[in-house]
Design a protein around this ligand. Structure first.
Ligand code: MN
Length: 256
């Protein structure tokens, strides 16, 4: 089994290395990741400039490829033939912060898994719910172990077409994690605010700032599971059609 391990925090992020080291126990690992941080870059296909790839050396003797493309570009590049050997599985992470609810549309971690799914390759995204103002190095060992357990389940049971798994892990030692919950996407509460300032030449510029997002810890959701100390596993369909509302829009008689 040949795994592509990627992320959105960049090739030198510790979460990527922790993930690669754990997934290596299941087969061959190739790392292709962005050369810079692409967090919250969404699903990207770079079409108006060439993509460069260079080989880099990570800690622990890992060879990796760093690309100047987005996470989803890294996945596309690899699947389309950067390497001769075909990819059987895409594992994206470990992101240091949770990707819950609407986050999945912003997340480079998640959209890298989407890119694998589009090519019908089983894919998972894995994120750690580390405290926002954590000082010092994060412990990725529990999340890496969770990633391996989930990957093993996917291999044993097969991933349906057009679906991937979005996995979020509470920031706890593995032994303190309460268990695994299959969840639906919950409600994120964004606290974004627009900060307007002036540059030294008097021209305005804008930052989208504000506090880290919160969430509604409703039972059955990803936010709820994480907040009660469980690993959240949300199956995500690439079909975003609002099936519940097809009848509603039918009644509009659009065009009549
Ligand atoms: Mn990130």
């Amino acid at each position: 089994m040949h795994f592509l391990v990627t992320n959105d925090d960049g090739v030198s992020a510790p979460g990527l290395l922790a993930l690669a080291q754990e997934i290596r126990k299941l087969g061959k690992v190739t790392i292709v990741a962005p050369d810079k941080n692409w967090s919250a870059s969404g699903h990207v296909k770079t079409m108006n400039r060439p993509l460069r790839v260079k080989e880099v050396q990570l800690n622990g003797g890992f060879k990796a490829f760093a690309s100047d493309g987005a996470p989803s570009d890294c996945v596309a590049l690899t699947i389309l033939g950067l390497l001769e050997e075909k990819i059987d599985f895409v594992v994206s992470g470990i992101n240091p912060n949770a990707n819950l609810g609407h986050d999945i549309t912003y997340s480079g971690t998640v959209t890298a898994a989407m890119e694998g799914t589009i090519s019908n390759i089983p894919s998972i995204a894995i994120s750690l719910d580390a405290p926002e103002n954590h000082l010092g190095a994060l412990d990725y060992s529990a999340a890496a172990r969770v990633a391996r357990l989930v990957v093993e389940k996917v291999i044993k049971n097969d991933m349906p077409n057009n679906v991937f798994l979005n996995v979020n892990v509470p920031y706890l030692p593995f032994a303190d994690i309460k268990g695994f919950r299959l969840t639906r996407l919950g409600m994120r509460v964004y606290r974004d605010e627009l900060v307007r300032r002036e540059d030294p030449r008097g021209r305005p510029y804008y930052w989208i700032g504000g506090d880290a997002p919160g969430g509604v810890p409703e039972e059955g959701t990803d936010v709820g599971a994480l907040s009660s100390g469980y690993v959240s596993i949300t199956p995500i369909s690439m079909d975003l059609t609002a099936y519940d509302y097809l009848d509603y829009f039918e009644k509009w008689n659009i065009g009549k």
